[in-house]
Design a protein around this ligand. Structure first.
Ligand code: 5GP
Length: 114
């Protein structure tokens, strides 16, 4: 797949406000936050869309969710609640083709989404 801005963030070629990192996952604040807390959790390995995740990557996909929940707990808003979202392709509103889990918190979320 072609390189995206997120791979450049993984390689530290462009700056980002990184809040979590381990061997496989990186998390950084969204440039255009939609909530008081808006953090993107990405696999360091580039995968274009959720459609491209294969069973061998199930643990990696799960790690994104666990990392997001751990961050919410650490930051003290897990009990109040939060939303995690992964947009896929055009109808999902995906704009960066390197999968990422949005963690949104710090305010009441509306449902249904727009
Ligand atoms: P998507 O629309 O693909 O689900 O989400 C992409 C997200 O990446 C958007 O919320 C957008 O604000 C964010 N974003 C795009 N470019 C950058 C960047 O260079 N740095 C950071 N931190 N976030 C970005």
């Amino acid at each position: 797949m072609s390189d995206t801005i997120f791979s450049k963030i993984v390689r530290r070629e462009i700056p980002a406000d990184i809040v979590f990192e381990n061997d496989t996952v990186l998390a950084f604040r969204d440039l255009n936050p939609q909530a008081p807390v808006h953090v993107l959790f990405i696999p360091k390995e580039p995968i274009a869309t959720l459609n491209d995740v294969v069973p061998e990557q199930a643990e990696l996909a799960g790690q994104l969710m666990i990392a997001a929940a751990d961050y919410a707990k650490q930051e003290g808003f897990a009990e109040d609640g939060y939303r995690v979202v992964m947009n896929c392709n055009q109808h999902g509103g995906q704009s960066v083709y390197h999968i990422h889990l949005h963690l949104l918190g710090g305010r009441q979320m509306a449902w249904p989404p727009g």
